[in-house]
Design a protein around this ligand. Sequence first.
Ligand SMILES: Cc1cc2nc3c(=O)[nH]c(=O)nc-3n(C[C@H](O)[C@H](O)[C@H](O)COP(=O)(O)OP(=O)(O)OC[C@H]3O[C@@H](n4cnc5c(N)ncnc54)[C@H](O)[C@@H]3O)c2cc1C
Length: 458
Amino acid sequence: MKEFTAQHIAGLSAMVAPDRFSTGPSNRELHLRDISFHQGSLPAGIIWPVTTEEVARILAWTYENDVPVTPWGAGTSTEGNPVPTRGGLVMDLTRMNRILDIRPQDLQADVEPGVLRKELNRQTGKHGLFFPPDPGADATIGGMIANNASGVQTVKYGATKDYVMRMTVVLPRGQVIHTGCKAPKSSAGYDLTRLFVGSEGTIGVVTEATLRLTGIPSHYLAATIRFPDLEKASEAVALMIGSGLGPAALELLPPGLIGLMNREKNLGLAEVPSLFCEFHAISANALQETAHLAKDLCEECGATGFQYATAEADRKDLWRARHEAWETIHRAHPKQETLIVDAAVPISRYPEMVVFAQQAVDARQAIGYVFGHAGDGNLHVVMAGDPANRTEWGKLEAINQAIVEKAIQVGGTCTGEHGVGIGKRKFMQMEHGESFELMRQIKNLIDPKGLMNPGKIF
Ligand SMILES: Cc1cc2nc3c(=O)[nH]c(=O)nc-3n(C[C@H](O)[C@H](O)[C@H](O)COP(=O)(O)OP(=O)(O)OC[C@H]3O[C@@H](n4cnc5c(N)ncnc54)[C@H](O)[C@@H]3O)c2cc1C
């Protein structure tokens, strides 16, 4: 659907205040792409609801009028997840951005979907609490729920799915439902909350969520550990986790990427295969003991250096550099797009995956940086190239395909955290087999006209 008719415009305009529906070209352009290379189809209009009731009225109307709807958070996805593929209406949730309640005694917060992660943590931080999933980008809570986002601290704290207790969801036909509850546990029937977490806006719009919070650690320490090769570094990962050290972050970085970070941020890090780690503890003594044990274990795996980032500024610089890895790669390869591998495997298979991925990149002489959330078995390869150059881009796609196939063979997944979006759809059948048909049936049951975020996952 390329343009709305006068009737569409009249119908949508009647449902929200005048400044919350637009068919202006710049607003439409701004909602055409996430950070990936994936191309969409220009939406015919953008709407900014501010209440669950408005979302319900809009979805009932779009269903009635056969208008495709794509929910939109901060637009920071990497697989085209919020990119409209059939034009229609983009529902931008960023104005539903109220933190409704923080209940420190329950370790919970009630939020609207447009609340930004960093703002939530600023407010919960006043109570000594935080919401740990951290995708680096300042994403909305709705986008994080829809993608089941995670990040550097997932190895200790878990992914978004572990923090969503209860939700209000508007279904594609406008029906409002509530899933889950505020009790710390429940065995009452099917877990619909988990069905909606990770559903990428394909079966409903999240309009409210109760999130679990946890205490901000009192003592933390970051370290960089140097290894002779990436394989040895990734072997140390399973050992550290298996020994019960409970690292709060365990990131694998290759020399090439550290080199780019050094040049951009003047970090002065050794340009060798490395692990960036963080440990959290309840006392300085406990932290020291953990760090010593980690050092011993890494040396057993051949580590050649262990350096603490004790000063708060050094620690922040280290993690800022890691969080900005994608941007750093982009800046180093201007005018190129990136294709991002996001495979995840059991941690025992991580070392061989790292070697396999590096060989796949080298064999095709591609520009590719192998790194990842090693503690979660999550492997990224950020590859740079020009999608219009079919030979060059074809090589990158072949690398992605080979790595995903291998990950699935060893019991893993095509996407550890970025979601399926447009980019990983081709792997869904391979990964899920007959369960993929069940997913399709669920989608058809809830959205029989296929209007919610069409062209994603399926
Ligand atoms: C530099 C960089 C680093 C990143 N690193 C990580 C990382 O380490 N880990 C990680 O997990 N991700 C990472 N990401 C990806 C991205 O930040 C996350 O997936 C994030 O959760 C997307 O949130 P968003 O608010 O931008 O949502 P959007 O991109 O706007 O939307 C994401 C999906 O959610 C749907 N959606 C949005 N709001 C709602 C709603 N209220 N109800 C229903 N559906 C909705 C959209 O339709 C879309 O399918 C990174 C991105 C960047 C730019």
